[in-house]
Structures are given as structure tokens and as C-alpha cells.
Design a protein around this ligand. Sequence first.
Ligand code: ATR
Length: 285
Amino acid sequence: MTRPAITGATVVAGVVGAPVRHSLSPLIHNAWLEAAGIDGIYVPFGPPADGFEAFANGLRGGAVRGLNVTLPFKEAALALADKVSAQARAANAANLLVFEADGTVVADNTDGLGLLAALTIQAPGFDPRSGPIAVLGAGGAARGAAAALLAAGAPQVRIVNRTLAKAEAVAAALGGSIVACPLTGAARAFAGVAAVINATSAGLSGQGDLDAPLEASPSQAVVMDMVYKPLVTPFLARAQALGRRTVDGLEMLIRQAAPSFEAFYGRPPPSEVDVRALAMKALGQ
Ligand code: ATR
């Protein structure tokens, strides 16, 4: 990949996180920019963990068009925004900030769109309305996923978590057709589901597998992991061994990036560049 020329009119956007070093977002967005011939650039920003507000408030006015926001700043991003989308409000987190010229900051959350698009792409024909969906975990990722699935018409979301109280808190915060279940009762929670989605951090970078009885889910259930390092987590490997259709976290990462790209650069990403192949190469897959 050749680096695009920087001009006086280059539109700047980026990703902010701590750490941000291993983010694949610069690779994805810059590949799209280059393929589309857009005069733009996408850079990583790594303020200190206690320096997010000062950093983001300093960008008010639009000299930097916008930011994707990753851990641990998604809640802080929501808190400093002047306008908040319904998706970000439901997720209680923002993964996208846009800096308007008048100084206002607009927060959105495209993780839910990314989740639904990844399911549609890697499990063709999957319909979130077709049955209950089990979401493992009760952190920010799980809450965002549950909110997006309910908004997409899932008849019920079952929040399954090691610490039941946290699952109950997510269920109470979101309301609607959502129930909390302990991880020890996962077999019952998996009965009759259309999908099982791992939104815990278990499986990340070779940490242990999640103790979840996937064999208790129906054979046609789709199994997804939001973790993408490794691309095939122990959880997904077990699902594949059971013959389940699987969806990986890399597809979600790419699909949440697409609406962000459009918010920054004013048009959807080009389709002719295979950013998944580039990302897989960067992951060593
Ligand atoms: P995030 O905001 O990114 O979702 P988080 O708030 O740290 O991250 O939440 C991580 C989730 O993964 C939690 O639901 C955690 O379970 P607890 O609430 O019981 O702590 C879950 N988790 C992490 N490692 C796990 C493991 N090995 N087994 C089961 N659940 C795990």
C-alpha cells in the first residue's frame, strides 16, 4: 500500500484508545481512502488513560473531522458529546464522535450495525427476528449487542453472565424482552436460540475458553464471537467442531468501520478493496 499524499485540504480522522497501537482501524480506513482516491487520512491517537476528555475537547471545532473510540474511552466519549444518537444512548457507549464546525460533538455507536451486518454476511439468511438470542457477557460490548438485537426485532435476548447481578443490571437498563441468566445455567439459556454471541473478553489473545455448553444450542443456531484475536477463538473452534455456522469478530470490526468512514469522508467505503484480506494478513492469519 502506498501512503496517500497529504495536501492542505486533507480530511483528518482517526481512532482513539489506550492502548491504540494494535488497532486495525488505520489499516482498514486508509486502504478504503486510497482505493476511493479520497484526500483523507486516518491516524491513531493514544492519549493517557486519564487524558481523554482534554484530548477530545481540544478537537472541538472540526479541524479533525471525527474519531472512532475504543477501549477504555467509549463511555467517556458518550459523556462529553452534545448530541447522542439513539444507538449510542441504548449502548451507553459511543464508538464514533464527529466534530462539527460549530464546536458541537456528535456521538454515535456503529457497533450494533457492525454486529448485524457481520451476521448477515457470514451467516446468509440469518434473521435476528427468527428466535431468542443468547448474548454472553454483561460489559459494554454485551449491552451494545443486546440493544442492537432488540432494535432489530429479536423476540428475546438472554444475557448470560458469570456474575448474574451484572446481567440483571443490563436487562433492567435496556428493558424490553430481555432476561438475565447465570453462566452456570447457560444450557437452559441456549435452548431454542437462533444465535449465541460471545461478548465477553474470554478467548482474547489466547486466554482460556469460555465455559459455555454450545452443544445445548440448536444445530441450526449461528455462533458468533466478537473477539478477533485470534480470528478463530477456542469458542468458535468448538462451534465449528459441532458443525454450527460461525461469524467472527473481524467481520464486525470491518462492518462497524463502514458507517464511520461515511461519517468522516462523506461517502460509503469502496467495495473493490479487500480490507478483510489486509486485516487477516496483519493478524498473521
Ligand atoms: P467490555 O466493556 O469490553 O464488554 P468488560 O466490562 O470488562 O468489557 O466485561 C467483560 C465481560 O466478560 C464480563 O461480562 C465478564 O464477566 P463478569 O461480569 O462475571 O466479570 C466476562 N468475562 C471475562 N472473562 C470471562 C471468563 N473467563 N469467563 C466468563 N466470563 C468472562
